[in-house]
Design a protein around this ligand. Structure first.
Ligand SMILES: Cc1ncc(COP(=O)(O)O)c(C=O)c1O
Length: 355
């Protein structure tokens, strides 16, 4: 289906003022954003307009009851400079899964992808040309109905904004295995990319950073024993030649990088098992020398190599090298930037200036 997306362009782009070799993290936004409203049971008025403030009623339900969900993805340039999106339909599907859990309306996948294409086509000059850089895209949905009372809202906004992101220099990271706070419990919202999940993670992450760690390694809520995921990444271990990653048990985000890495590793003839993994199993594997690699996977970083895990007053040494992780990361980056054949059929090309 084709949507009638109206376009209002800025008079002068701000892109010339950006130093692509020194992009400030998360504070630069492109000239435009995509917006769509949900009223009377349908999505209406899809439009691209200049990036700017949105009038918000103080009783907007997202501010009080937290109906707010989001996605994170990136646009890249191929070798000829054409903008490309990585698996955008998967983000649309995941947003709708989050919406289902949070009592919010689904957005048609086609509208999600068309909105992305329209925005990225218009903003293609904002995609950083430097290796490892990309245009970060943030599709999100929130309840903007002014109402005091506990029920699903009837008005929502779906917005996509874009922010150029510089290269991420992968240093080996240190994780703190969290035994006091939890991220997600069975039956909770862990599988949704809901804003509240991140709010609840802020304080534990700050405490972990104060102890010298980069991110939290979340353990299960009931026993603080099983590994779930990392702050904004899923996690993989290589033990005795086999890759293992926590199963998607309802409390782990279905990472799109996770799914892609599983497919790539299997294509490389590795065994990848999705199952429950205890933190003690990782400690034992580290002690007996069978823990060969560990890395996190996510849109922001691609693959982040894990050096050690703090567990109460002990340190689990993980690895100084991640040859397979490195190979997978390089291959993934090359596919995303059109340097390697898109053998998995993951990339969606965007026409420049669709408008
Ligand atoms: C909690 C959490 N887990 C995992 C991921 C990785 O997901 P993806 O690979 O889709 O970016 C993210 C990032 O979106 C995240 O926020």
């Amino acid at each position: 289906m084709s949507y009638n997306i109206s376009i209002t362009k800025v008079e002068t782009s701000k892109v010339d003022a950006l130093d692509f070799n020194n992009i400030p993290l998360g504070t630069t936004f492109t000239d435009h954003m995509f917006i769509c409203d949900y009223e009377n049971g349908e999505w209406v008025n899809p439009r691209v307009i200049p990036m700017g403030l949105i009038p918000t009623h103080p009783a907007a339900m997202a501010l009080h009851y937290g109906q707010a969900i989001f996605e994170g993805m990136k646009a890249y340039k191929d070798t000829e400079g054409a903008p490309m999106l990585f698996r955008p339909k998967e983000n649309a599907k995941r947003l709708n899964k989050s919406a289902d859990r949070m009592g919010m309306p689904n957005i048609p996948e086609d509208l999600f992808v068309e909105g992305l294409k329209e925005l990225v086509g218009l903003e293609h000059n904002w995609i950083p040309p430097t290796d490892g850089s990309a245009l970060y895209l943030r599709p999100f949905m929130y309840a903007d109905e002014p109402f005091i009372g506990m029920r699903a809202a009837t008005h929502y906004k779906f917005i996509i904004m874009a922010s150029p992101a510089g290269p991420f220099f992968s240093k080996r990271i240190k994780l703190w295995a969290e035994k006091q706070f939890i991220r997600a419990a069975q039956g909770g919202t862990g599988e949704a990319k809901a804003a509240g999940n991140y709010a609840a993670a802020i304080r534990p992450t700050e405490l972990a950073k104060a102890k010298g760690y980069d991110q939290v390694l979340w353990l299960d809520a009931a026993e603080h024993k099983y590994i779930q995921e990392v702050g904004t990444m899923n996690i993989f271990f290589k033990i005795n030649g086999e890759f293992i990653t926590p199963e998607l048990d309802g409390s782990v985000l279905h990472g799109i990088t996770r799914a892609s890495v599983i497919e790539m590793l299997r294509a490389m003839n590795f065994t990848v098992t999705e199952r429950k993994i205890t933190i003690d199993e990782i400690k034992t594997a580290s002690e007996n020398g069978t823990l060969e690699e560990a890395f996190g996977t996510g849109t922001a970083v691609g693959i982040a190599y894990i050096q050690e895990i703090g567990l109460e007053d002990e340190t689990i040494h993980v690895s100084d090298e991640s040859p397979i992780g490195l190979e997978v990361n390089d291959t993934l980056n090359a596919i995303k930037t059109g340097k390697l054949d898109d053998q998995f059929n993951w990339m969606t090309k965007v026409e420049k200036e669709l408008a």
